[in-house]
Design a protein around this ligand. Structure first.
Ligand SMILES: *Cc1c(COP(=O)(O)O)cnc(C)c1O
Length: 471
């Protein structure tokens, strides 16, 4: 080591991270400070006048985060799609920050760009997409969906690239699809109403017959259908749209077929779960979020496009100031971002350090724990509304009208975190997702007990016995 280390406070950083990780599962899963307390602390201690000592700063920030966030890495965080993380992925993010490679132009960072290509190709093959496409890391699923929309509009709507949307381009997604699609339709200038909502069946999966009918009606009414999004693992319930049927209709109707597999896409690595994604290989483009089910820190999304010509048509540009193109494609000419962080290193290092066998075993373990949870909930009198093979369980209680009061009891106890959602055709439901590979069968059983305690404390309706028919 050099005489003067680059960062003398490494030891403080290491101590803060080790201490946090050692205590995480015993710590409340929810924030313990109030917004007023946090603001007061910041305005008193951080006027940015006198420099703060790095060791002190690290310790103070660690304490602010420890008390001021929902702990997504907690073993009893049955939450939104936020996983626990790997130590090696933390190391990866630190190396990226320290070396600060710029991936925009290939020639600026051949090493990092090849690491990303190599990693993305593993997923391309698992998805069974052909060679000759393009793939990129994104900030997350929203950017990947945005990329899909731009590529689809450029490919399917004439003049979109040069003069913007004309006519009435319309796209199709199920009632349970992610709302980033609506934001991105707005951002792309086709308007939020361009997203046509296709009804779902009782299993919360898109109804393909309804999809076809709406496309026909829209054409008759003068709209220009250009894209359909199938979701493989909906955000609320982990439902899977019928991808082969949607692919078939998309082909007949000449629509771009995007699969949003932000959460569920990780299942492509498991031979047991991969059949759930059948039909994804027919997609024109695919979204997968590594920062959801693959245990890497945010943000780490992936966008795959079947034909690289479409991404270069969507994102190509000419400049005088960027380095001249070399033999490999320049990311800034084929993707939405310009300056580009080495996002993919944390996934590469996680796969390398754990091995594919372990990564896959963890995904299957999380699905198994969710199965156990669904079983335990049913045994305790809950009604499971939807039980996804992708580790998401949504449920209600026949005697509880106000699910919010159950949620408040769970939060007040503080030892676990779940959420609430509304499912098309079913109404409000509680939602538990196993996102942490350390979450065990015992944690699932503990959640059932926490929920039973909560139910004991909230107002309940009598179960109404069906009245016998008078004769
Ligand atoms: C989370 C999610 C997204 C958005 O991804 P971000 O990484 O949060 O931007 C898109 N689609 C689905 C199905 C999701 O679950």
């Amino acid at each position: 080591m050099a005489e003067t280390p680059f960062f003398p406070a490494w030891a403080a950083l290491e101590a803060a991270v080790e201490q946090h990780r050692a205590g995480i599962d015993q710590h409340p899963a929810l924030p313990t400070t109030t917004t007023e307390e946090i603001r007061e602390h910041l305005s008193t201690n951080y006027k940015f006048g006198i420099p703060v000592d790095a060791k002190h700063l690290i310790e103070d920030v660690a304490s602010l985060l420890r008390d001021g966030m929902v702990h997504t890495t907690h073993a009893r965080y049955f939450g939104l799609f936020n996983p626990d993380i790997q130590p090696i992925a933390v190391a990866a993010d630190a190396i990226v920050a320290a070396f600060n490679p710029q991936l925009a132009a290939y020639s600026h960072a051949p090493g990092p760009n090849e690491i990303e290509r190599h990693t993305l190709d593993l997923f391309r093959r698992a998805l069974a997409l052909p060679e000759g496409g393009s793939a990129t890391f994104t900030s997350g699923g929203s950017e990947a969906n945005h990329s899909a929309l731009i590529a689809a509009l450029t490919a399917k709507v004439s003049d979109y690239a040069e003069t913007g949307a004309s006519g009435r381009p319309t796209m199709y997604a199920s009632a349970e699809a992610h709302h980033s699609l609506v934001k991105m339709a707005h951002a792309c200038g086709i308007g939020r109403r361009a997203v046509r909502v296709v009804p779902v069946d009782a299993n919360l999966a898109m109804d393909p017959a309804a999809f076809r009918r709406i496309v026909t009606d829209d054409r008759a009414a003068g709209a220009s259908p250009f894209m359909v999004v199938g979701t493989a693992g909906t955000t609320s319930a982990g439902a899977i749209d019928p991808l082969p049927a949607i692919a078939g209709i998309a082909a007949e109707e000449g629509l771009w077929f995007h699969v949003d597999a932000a959460w569920g896409g990780a299942a492509c690595l498991s031979s047991r779960l991969r059949p759930l994604l059948d039909g994804i290989e027919r997609a024109d483009s695919v979204t997968i979020d590594a920062h959801k089910w693959l245990s890497v820190p945010m943000g780490c999304g992936m966008f795959f496009c079947r034909d690289a010509a479409h991404t270069s048509a969507a994102f190509g540009i000419q400049t005088a100031y960027m380095p001249s193109p070399v033999e490999a494609p320049d990311p800034y000419l084929n993707t939405l971002q310009w300056s580009r962080r080495h996002i993919g290193l944390k996934l590469f290092m996680t796969l390398a350090a754990l091995g594919l066998g372990e990564v896959t075993a963890r995904i299957e373990h999380m699905a198994d724990v969710a199965d156990r949870l669904a079983f335990g909930l049913r045994a305790a009198g809950w009604r499971v509304v939807h039980h996804s093979p992708l580790a998401v369980v949504t449920f209600t209680h026949p005697e509880v009208v106000d699910l919010d009061s159950v949620l408040q009891h769970v939060y007040r106890e503080g030892g676990a975190w779940i959420s609430k959602t509304v499912l098309t055709g079913h109404g409000a439901a509680l939602r538990a997702c196993v996102t942490n590979h350390r979450t065990s069968a015992a944690d699932a059983d503990a959640l059932v007990e926490i929920l039973e305690r909560a139910v004991d404390q909230v107002p309940r309706t009598e179960l109404i016995e069906p009245t016998p028919l008078a004769d």
